[in-house]
Design a protein around this ligand. Structure first.
Ligand code: ZN
Length: 315
C-alpha cells in the first residue's frame, strides 16, 4: 500500500494520543484528510496510467522541494512532455464546491448544509507554476508551464461559480491533456536533462513531530479494539481484558508506535514503562526474544527498533 511518512505518523498518533488530548480531533481530521488525499492521488495515477501520451513524457508524483527562500512545494503531480509542463493539484473534497474569484475564496458546502472555507487550490497550484517557471528560466529551458486542479471525487458537485476556473473532474483529465497537446507546439527540450535537474532539487519534506512524550499513551494496545484497550502480559502472551484476544505479536505494534512517535532507540527501563512490565528480568527476557540490534554498554545499553518491526515475528 502507498503510504507516506506523514500518514504513518498520523495513524500512530491517532492510535496513541490520550483521548482527552486538546488536539486529538484536529489530528484525527488531519489523518482523514491525508487518507482522502492519498485515495485521490491513486485514482489520478490510474487515470494517467491508462492514458496514451503522444511524445516522450515523464510524470513525477508527489514532487517535493524547498525553494531558495526556504519554503516548501508539494506538488501532487508534475507531467512533463516536450510540449508543456503541467502542474496537477488533486482534490478529494466531498459536498459542493464554490468559488468567489474576486476574493480568492474557496468553500465547500457539506451534504448537511455546513459551509466551510478551504485553502484555495488555484492559488496553491499557481504558486507551484510560478516557481517551476522560474526554475526553467534559470535553467534556460523554454517550455510552457500550466496548472490544473483535478477533483477526484465523482460525487462532488462543482458549483457554477467555478465556471472558467481551472478545475475539472478527474474523468476530464485525458481530454484536457489532448487540448494541451493540440495548443502547444513541439519543442527541442531534452526531457532526460530536465528530469535530472528536477530530481536534483527534489527532496522528502520532513514532517513536524511536535507531540510531547507525556501525551502519548503507554501500554501494549489491542489492535482488534482499535488500540483503545491496554493488554497485559502473561506467560509470553499479550491478553486484551476487553475482547479476550491473546497473541505474541501485539508488542510489535507498540514498538512500531514508539519508533514513529518517540524514537527508534529504547532502553530496558523505557520499554518497561512503555509496555507496562514492572520486572526488569522479564523485560530483559522479552528484549532478548525480540532480537533487536543492541548498542552501548552497562547502564547505557539501548536497542534499535527496526523499520520493519511490524513484519517481525517472535518465537
Ligand atoms: Zn481487544
Amino acid at each position: 500500500m502507498y503510504k507516506t511518512e506523514k500518514i504513518v505518523y498520523l495513524e500512530a498518533l491517532v492510535s496513541r494520543l490520550q483521548a482527552d488530548d486538546e488536539e486529538f480531533t484536529a489530528y484525527q481530521e488531519a489523518y482523514y484528510r491525508v487518507q482522502a488525499g492519498i485515495a485521490g492521488e491513486l485514482k489520478m495515477q490510474r487515470t494517467l496510467a491508462d492514458y496514451h501520451f503522444i511524445d516522450p513524457y515523464k510524470i513525477f508524483y508527489n514532487f517535493e522541494c524547498i525553494n531558495e527562500k526556504g519554503f516548501s512545494h508539494q506538488i501532487d503531480a508534475l507531467i512533463i512532455t516536450t510540449r508543456f509542463l503541467l502542474v496537477v493539484e488533486v482534490k478529494q473534497i466531498s459536498g459542493t464546491l464554490f468559488y468567489k474569484p474576486s476574493f480568492h475564496e474557496f468553500a465547500r458546502q457539506t451534504d448537511e448544509g455546513i459551509i466551510e472555507n478551504f485553502p484555495n487550490p488555484f492559488d496553491q497550484a499557481y504558486r507551484h507554476q510560478l516557481y517551476i517557471s522560474y526554475l526553467l528560466s534559470n535553467w534556460g529551458i523554454q517550455l510552457p508551464v500550466l496548472y490544473i486542479v483535478v477533483n477526484a471525487n465523482i460525487r462532488t458537485k462543482l458549483d457554477s461559480s467555478l465556471n472558467g476556473s481551472p478545475i475539472i473532474h478527474l474523468s476530464g483529465l485525458p481530454k484536457f491533456l489532448e487540448k494541451l497537446y493540440k495548443n502547444n507546439v513541439e519543442t527541442t527540450v531534452n526531457l532526460t536533462d530536465l528530469e535530472r535537474k528536477l530530481m536534483a532539487i527534489a527532496c522528502r519534506l520532513p514532517i513536524s513531530k511536535n507531540v510531547e512524550r507525556d501525551r502519548i499513551r503507554n501500554g501494549v494496545l489491542c489492535k482488534k479494539c482499535e488500540f483503545q484497550h491496554v493488554m497485559y502480559y502473561h506467560h509470553g502472551l499479550w491478553i486484551c481484558p476487553q475482547c479476550g484476544v491473546k497473541n505474541k505479536e501485539a508488542i510489535f505494534w507498540a514498538l512500531h508506535h514508539h519508533r514513529v512517535l518517540i524514537g527508534d532507540r529504547i532502553t530496558n527501563r523505557e520499554l518497561r514503562k512503555f509496555v507496562g512490565i514492572d520486572c526488569k528480568a522479564v523485560a530483559s527476557k522479552l528484549l532478548k526474544r525480540l532480537n533487536f540490534e543492541q548498542f552501548g554498554k552497562g547502564r547505557g545499553v539501548y536497542y534499535l527498533i527496526p523499520e520493519d518491526v511490524l513484519e517481525r515475528s517472535i518465537e
